[in-house]
Design a binder for this molecule. Structure first.
Ligand SMILES: [Zn+2]
Length: 72
């Protein structure tokens, strides 16, 4: 859905990207600890406005590598 901008469930192209916001109380981000610091990895959501299907994406390779190091 991130690359195609098309919903895999209903085939609609009415897909919007909802950016993560670390300052919100209920952010979607993944927390990792690094050198005793907590770091938030942003997780963007892609929402199909036609059927409500949602996908979560960690968008940059650097952030995915940090998650691999923390949890892999
Ligand atoms: Zn859909």
């Amino acid at each position: 859905m991130m690359n195609m901008k098309r919903c895999p469930v209903c085939d609609s192209t009415d897909v919007v990207r909802v950016p993560d916001d670390a300052h919100r109380y209920l952010a979607n981000s993944i927390c990792i600890t690094k050198f005793a610091m907590v770091k938030r990895i942003p997780v963007a959501r892609y929402v199909c406005c036609a059927c409500g299907y949602v996908e979560n994406w960690v968008e940059t390779p650097r952030e995915r590598e940090e998650i691999r190091k923390a949890f892999g």
